[in-house]
Design a protein around this ligand. Sequence first.
Ligand code: GDP
Ligand code: ZN
Length: 314
Amino acid sequence: MRGTVYKSTGSWYSVKTEEGVFYNCRIKGKFRIKGIKSTNPIAVGDLVEFHLEEIGDEIVGVISHIEDRKNYIIRKSVNLSKQTHIIAANLDQVFLLITLNNPTTFTSFIDRFLVTSEAYDIPVILLFNKMDIYDADEMVEVNYLINLYRDVGYECIEIEAKGGFNIDKVKEHMIGKTSMFSGHSGVGKSTLINALEPGLELKTTEISEQHLQGQHTTTFAEMYDLSFDARIIDTPGIKGFGIVDMEKDEIGDYFPEFFKLKSECKFNNCLHLDEPKCAIKRALEENTISWSRYRSYVQMLTGEEENYRMDNYK
Ligand code: GDP
Ligand code: ZN
């Protein structure tokens, strides 16, 4: 049988078959996946094959195979620093909620998120929330950001999670897909999810920031079916979008507008810093690449502000 992992507790997996039946499954013996040093071999979102076995007086699913992942997000394991923990696999997209203020979402944070998603190979949709709270000056600023990211090629949607504005647009993007929602605490994730699917209680809302600080056990992601042929993966207590080890010379490739131009740089190993005849620097001077994107790039390259506002982010 074939199914998708909806929940994992570390030793048990809740797997849903294509017919819509849930089975409790486990894995036998050591289950290693090539190239991944992970504390958990199977994660929410994984597609697995399993068969039923009678163990004691219980019928249990035994997972025999895991299909190649199209992507996955990881974080460093809490206790074993060299190992990673796979939070979720096979995501179709992630929505990043952004507010100009209450709370402030800085462009350096957005750009870091986008770079990580590019590295993970997960499409991002930017949701500019709380469009009802901005005054005229703030509106100019928000629209500037929206245009900036649209120009780079990212889908941007203005929404009001509370008032319901453009929730149907978000829904449209979710149909037939598995999505995740991210953004600073207070940006409106719970409100949005509640608007999308009233009554769905996610754990995200139950775990307080305070509680998380002292928490050393691993929390596990969980997948939920929504009523309109969409799935979301909730990652309670997981701050950040995980980690990606990146070489200095690949960071620029995750800025799509830089990547497009890089073949025009004089040096093929150009880091777009002080090298002569750099196409990215030229585009900056000509205002076809945004300074804020370039600033974020330099910050990432030089490792400045490594934990920049990460504390507010879950
Ligand atoms: P979360 O921490 O990301 O889950 O954020 P919440 O969903 O708890 O929202 C934080 C606060 O922002 C709550 O008081 C919401 O009512 C409010 N909020 C969410 N969306 C909107 C919106 O579109 N407009 C306004 N004015 N407030 C909103
Ligand atoms: Zn260059």
